[in-house]
Design a protein around this ligand. Sequence first.
Ligand code: CA
Ligand code: CA
Length: 492
Amino acid sequence: MRKSVFLLMVPLLFLYALPVGAVEKEERKWQDESIYYLMVDRFMNSSVHNDDGVDPNNPDAYHGGDIQGIIDQLDHIEELGFSTIELSPIMANSEQGYHGYWIEDFRSVEEHFGSLEDVKRLVEEAHKRDMKVMFDMVIGHTSPEHAWVEDETKTQWYTDETEEIQNRWLKEAPALNTDNPEVQQYLLETAKFWIDETGVDAFKLVDAAAVSPDFIKEFSEHVTTLREDFFVAADAASPAIDGRVDVALNDQIRKVFKTSGQPLNELYDIWTENKQLYSNPNQILHNMDSPGNVRFTHLTVQENKNPITRWELGLTYLFTSPGIPVLYFGSEVPLDDGGDPSSIPMMNFKAGDEQLQQRIEKLTSMREQFPALTRGDFEELHNDKGLAVFKRTYKDQTLLIAINNSEETKTAELTNLKDDQQLTGLIQDGIIRQSDEGIYRLGMERETADVFLLEPDRGYNWLFIGFVGGVLTLFIVAVTAISIKNRKTQNV
Ligand SMILES: [Ca+2]
Ligand SMILES: [Ca+2]
């Protein structure tokens, strides 16, 4: 019987590797971090022993999430590539204070979340994975049920000033008099307490707008005397420190990326302003979702857009522009709150969108690999009708970020780059070479974004072509040899 020779497909070899940047690994700075921000009560419920009064059907009640739950899900956060975890306030809160804003005791852990021992373990587990931990701390208000409210010796600890409070959880809360030296002393000692007891790496001061910039500065300086690399951020612009949530920028990012066809010019304008306002504008915290806001996913759905496409564009900007990107938990699903920010369901770890999570992993790993994305200067090369190209350079490393937010294919003709280079796409794997006229023509399909590494033109990849050619030749030789041998066997 004649044996058939099967034609085998030569497996296509995708030799995929990110090109190595020219910059040596340096000591980590806060601006190199990528932050995953979670609400403790709504993340993961691992212990039923602290579920007293928990009611998942009541949006205002505790839903059972706890510190052990975060420890159990560190893999999830690590797989997405985040280097820092930010926790909603963990301090003891009043009934229905699931969000952590109604602090009854600044120096104990909310009993629904676990113990101080649990928190210490969480920080240790995170550190083992080379991740840092940031605590949110409400600094300008307390719970109406805080013992100080009824304490006659502490009447000066509160102020009667009734500023317009934006945060819906703080509207009814009494305002602390943070100009009072006793209150200041208490808060500084509280910072020391958490650093000493848990090993935490950073605080984000919530409600910072209610506190004088002088005290925020003092607070920030105080913690750095305790630990040099400690980082303090504020949830509002404060002239006192560089680390703060850039609300104006965040609003702009949400507005620009929620639907296609919108220009990207204002994003760069905000950067130009920030550069003048802050000594290190790379320490701003920027996000697309945060507690209290309607989820970005819902904004895109309202515009009849594909949320995944919109998230991919927005996140590419967020993770490659100056500042520390913060992803609010559930964005990776992506969660739609139906337009009601008070709807905060438990995190669903099984529902994640594969494509979106891959984009997040790609972006976090690029920030690890290319310091130009976290430390480089930021220059606009092209910004016209929805296509923007930004350049980031750090030492010998240059990357370009291209975002086409328009509804048609667009091309940027770049003439002010070094000669004889190539632009290697890190997301879509394309290569762009300089034309004979000296132009780099960067074409982007509608609603796509990519990051390009500028590197010397390598010509055709002869090593790869040679390798594939060699494998093919060997294959043909082997098949011929086998068929000759078979024929001989048959003839015998
Ligand atoms: Ca629990
Ligand atoms: Ca409580």
